[in-house]
Design a binder for this molecule. Structure first.
Ligand code: G1P
Length: 285
């Protein structure tokens, strides 16, 4: 059983500068909920209760967000805004969230390694804060279900457009079932020529604790950073690692156009917004 999730949130968010100069990119809102809220919810809805967020300098807003907020709560009580009050209080009781700081943003592998002490000798989930995945069964739960069968690492994968291959970890895999690949190789952000396929990893992982040992042996890789992908490549040499083509719709909220699309789609699902937004969009065409 997977009980713990690691959410790396220490990145500098340079793609969203200047907004991220003074706010964590994980706190960018999809209408009125920050991106990290969706990611934490995905873990919770998958039955994970213990969440470790790896933060860094300038990320205090994340801790404040998941904490109680007495001033706001008192204000809402005074103004009898009970529905909003419940919503605000629910956030702070979402899960048991722990924070660890990554002093230097040395890469995703290093960020995950920071959680080793807390995770211990257990398999664990990793959810990257940039990806919002809308799915019937939460994406990480789909991966957890496959993990329970084989007790081996599972990575969420999806076909990516040619021009985006350079932005993803790309796998070479043998399709062993309609949505399952046995991964033979994985390359972090390859060029189109180097890429072994167009199947990219999407920021959802269920990993075995051995991964930590491989991260420790991982030399700096792409961008001179310690890459989780490179550690997984070593793991593949020792044990089976699966890729799972999850069902659901993913938004790469680290990409500006995708971020805007996520906001539009979520607005079109909100009863109080959809009519207005739809009318506006139709007027544009
Ligand atoms: C990270 C990983 C990459 C993965 C991607 C998914 O890259 O290093 O392997 O495919 O997330 O979103 P990042 O987007 O943080 O640069």
């Amino acid at each position: 059983m997977i009980k713990k999730a690691v959410i790396p949130a220490a990145g500098l968010g340079t793609r969203f500068l200047p907004a991220t100069k003074s706010m964590p990119k994980e706190m960018l809102p999809i209408i009125d909920k920050p991106i990290i809220h969706f990611v934490v919810e995905e873990a919770i809805f998958s039955g994970i209760e213990d969440i470790i967020v790896v933060t860094g300098r300038g990320k205090r807003a994340i801790e404040d967000y998941f904490d109680a907020s007495p001033e706001i709560e008192n204000h809402l009580v005074r103004n009898k805004k009970y529905e909003l009050l419940r919503e605000v209080q629910d956030i702070s009781s979402l899960a048991d969230i722990h924070y660890i700081r990554q002093k230097d943003p040395k890469g995703l592998g290093d960020a995950v390694l920071k959680a080793e002490k807390h995770v211990g000798d257990e398999p664990f989930a990793v959810l990257l804060g940039d990806d919002i995945i809308k799915a019937g069964t939460p994406c990480i739960k789909q991966l957890m279900n496959l993990f329970e069968k084989h007790k081996r690492a599972v990575i969420g994968v999806e076909e990516v457009a040619k021009e985006k291959i350079k932005d993803y970890g790309i796998i070479k895999g043998k399709k062993i079932d309609q949505s399952i690949y046995l991964i033979e190789n994985i390359i972090e952000k390859p060029s189109l020529e180097e890429a072994p396929s167009n199947i990219g990893t999407v920021g959802r992982y269920v990993l075995t604790p051995e991964t930590f040992d491989y991260i420790k042996k991982t030399p700096p890789g792409k961008g001179n950073e310690m890459q989780l992908t490179d550690a997984i490549k070593m793991l593949i040499g020792e044990e089976d690692v699966y890729g799972y083509a999850f069902s659901g719709k993913r938004y790469d909220a680290g990409n500006k156009a995708e971020y805007v699309k996520a906001i539009v789609d979520f607005a079109l699902e909100r009863e109080e917004l959809k009519k207005d937004v739809k009318r506006y969009l139709e007027g544009l065409t």
